[in-house]
Write a protein that binds this ligand. Structure first.
Ligand code: ADP
Length: 633
């Protein structure tokens, strides 16, 4: 270390989250320690891609050495491993930002989810992405030497840390551009100081990396390896997606996914195709095995890596996938787009629109295939991404029917919180004379399942979809029918079961409506400012009353969801329906003294039963207690 660099040396603290991550990494990923090399090589490869792309506009960045490669070497005496690349490199500020903090959105929320159970957390950490810090699984000291391409030699930076709470940083001279990461191995990691071992790991995890990964050649001589003064390429070093399918093994597809998807786990499924025609491109699209922790964060990185004729153009090209497929990861390599394409151009490009259409169709095809031929995998997909896919019925008009066919629901017949019933299945087992698809929405599965609105449907054995995901209100407001069958809420409008009711039942209903006319009118006067209408219903068998929304009004559930989200919901009054067979309702016919209290309690309990909140809970409690006392007398 020279005197001048000593003067610039600074020690800085890691962001709290980095400290947590380091601690976890070291303790929970140990059994998977080899992945550190995959992560560092993956970063090196991204750095080379970035340089190649930036150099399209500025050739000088190559500094007269346009070779892009990654070099892995080791030093047995010093017990170090070094991964070097001739990529874009980093400036001092970039080093501090990239290796001292985690800039991912949702990081803080992620860390609050950690349980302290190392095995569980190891999986979470995989979702989060391990990256550079995985070096500390095998190293107790890591030094990074880097210089950004195009900068002067005195703009080199050295970063060093022992994985505790701090790192040091100083400016140094560095003749070559790019990054060199040296790992000082922990005790017990010496098996990594062997060429054959490193080659094995590289072949296993990084064979698909586009740039050559170079190592010093070795020769077996006199019972040991001797290193030669010559480099060799260890990996296949060609774009995986450009090879033909039958040349790619399942393992290679999976390893490539981990690189492009920044994922620790295997993908669930993938589709790989070369598309010819007006637009020529190759697509390799993956469905992850698990939802990333930030799937609902609209700011989160998502999307596809875009290449043009094998040249990396950009990460997270969200224009290549619709929002509701933001979980898809992979690569699109276009043969037609110009190399200087920017995000702004992408937004308006007709070519991109055509590619997005093609990719969307491919993914929907893949999902339909899974749903048909691999039910177990499809169930897993639905559990992870179903809620996101559902957004598509409102977002992608052209594919609405296909998306609807892919949806799975909880229903009164399946009687489990698991969403397993398709609309096709529902229709296939509709009752004789049933013409509509019935659903109920609520803010939890239990509230939906126990909704009083279902009573007559249960009695008649008519299946009802139980919708309790937040997105479901959006689904039903966009999906009005499926295969010619209307979707109808059981809690909206008058109940018309059509041919599911016989003439005798209809007659009885009419009779009761007349018989209770006096009572419904009286309740309406009593609850004048709360309800739009009061009427007799045949919806209920066990409950005395329920609330329904008028045909074109917003459902109570949706109004509550909007309120909870801080939005203004239109205030439309519900209709109170009463059950003429219920003893409480019958008793009310002859009630004089406390009529208003009875009516108020009837209304409040109907509101509670559908998951609503009382306007005056204390008033409700007081009335109920009053009535209880009087009953006892
Ligand atoms: P991720 O790769 O998921 O962003 P990492 O922790 O692996 O997370 O890396 C953080 C950032 O550090 C990268 O996004 C990149 O900007 C930078 N970086 C890491 N390794 C290199 C490298 N070899 N060359 C240039 N930049 C790098």
């Amino acid at each position: 270390m020279t005197a001048s660099t000593t003067a610039s040396r600074e020690t800085l603290g890691f962001q709290t989250e980095v400290k947590q991550l380091l601690h976890l990494m070291i303790h929970s990923l140990y059994s998977n320690r080899e992945i550190f090399l995959r992560e560092l090589v993956s970063n090196a490869s991204d750095a080379c891609d970035k340089l190649r792309f930036e150099a399209l506009h500025n050739d000088a960045l190559y500094e007269n050495a346009s070779d892009l490669n990654i070099r892995v070497s080791f030093n047995k005496e010093a017990r170090t491993l070094t991964i070097a690349d001739s990529g874009i490199g980093m400036s001092r500020d970039e080093v501090i930002a990239n290796l001292g903090t985690i800039a991912k959105s949702g990081t803080r929320e992620f860390f609050t989810k950690l349980s302290g159970d190392q095995q569980k957390d190891a999986h979470l950490i995989g979702q989060f992405g391990v990256g550079f810090y995985s070096a500390f699984i095998v190293a107790d000291k890591v030094s990074v030497l880097t210089r950004r391409a195009g900068e002067k030699a005195d703009q080199g930076v050295r970063w060093e840390s022992d994985g505790g709470g701090e790192f040091s940083i100083e400016m140094v001279d560095r003749a070559v551009r790019g990054t060199e990461i040296t790992l000082h191995l922990r005790e017990g990691q010496d098996d990594l100081l062997a060429g054959y071992k490193l080659r094995e790991i590289i072949k296993k995890y990084s064979n698909h990396i586009v740039q050559p990964i170079l190592m010093q050649k070795e020769e077996w001589k006199d019972g040991k390896y001797e290193t030669l003064d010559e480099d060799e390429t260890v990996n296949q070093a060609s774009a995986l997606w450009a090879r033909s399918k039958n040349e790619i093994t399942e393992e290679q597809y999976k390893e490539f996914y981990k690189h492009v998807g920044h994922d620790f786990d295997d993908p669930l499924a993938w589709t790989h195709a070369r598309v010819e025609g007006k637009q020529e491109y190759t697509q390799l699209l993956y469905i992850p095995g698990r939802a990333p922790f930030d799937m609902y964060d609209r700011q989160a990185r998502h999307g596809i890596k875009l290449y043009v004729r094998r040249v990396f153009i950009m990460d997270d090209a969200e224009q290549l996938m619709p929002q509701y497929m933001r979980f898809v990861r992979g690569v699109v390599d276009s043969a037609d787009l110009p190399l200087n394409v920017s995000r702004e151009i992408l937004q308006e490009s007709k070519d991109i629109e055509a590619i997005r259409k093609g990719c969307t169709g491919k993914v929907l095809g893949l999902l339909a295939d899974l749903a048909e031929n691999d039910k177990e995998k499809y169930a897993k997909f639905w559990g992870e991404f179903g809620q996101v896919l559902k957004e598509g019925v409102g977002e992608d008009f052209a594919n609405k029917d296909k998306i609807a066919a892919l949806m799975r629901f909880a229903t009164t017949k399946a009687d489990t919180v698991e969403q397993i019933v398709s609309l096709k299945e529902y229709i296939a087992r509709m009752k004789d004379g049933q013409e509509k698809i019935y659903y109920v929405t609520a803010d939890s599965f239990n509230a939906a399942k126990n909704s009083p609105h279902l009573e007559v449907f249960r009695k008649k054995g008519i299946e009802v979809l139980l919708l309790s995901d937040r997105v479901d209100e959006w689904v039903v407001s966009n999906l009005h029918e499926f295969e010619g069958k209307q979707l109808v809420s059981v809690a909206k409008g008058g109940l018309d079961l059509g041919a599911l009711e016989d003439a005798a039942e209809k007659q009885e209903q009419e009779k009761q409506a007349n018989e209770f006319k006096g009572l419904t009118d009286k309740i309406k006067i009593s609850l004048a400012d709360k309800v739009k209408e009061v009427r007799v219903t045949h919806r209920l068998t066990d409950s005395p009353a329920c609330l329904v929304a008028d045909k074109h009004d917003m459902s109570g559930n949706l109004a509550r969801l909007m309120k909870a989200a801080g939005q203004k919901a239109p205030t439309s009054q519900p209709i109170l329906e009463i059950n003429p067979s219920h003893p409480v309702v019958q008793r009310l016919k002859n009630e004089e003294k406390r009529f208003d209290d009875w009516a108020a309690v009837l209304f409040d309990q109907a509101l509670l039963a559908e998951g609503g909140q009382l306007d005056d809970p204390a008033g409700f409690v007081k009335r109920v207690n009053q009535l209880m006392l009087e009953m006892g007398k």
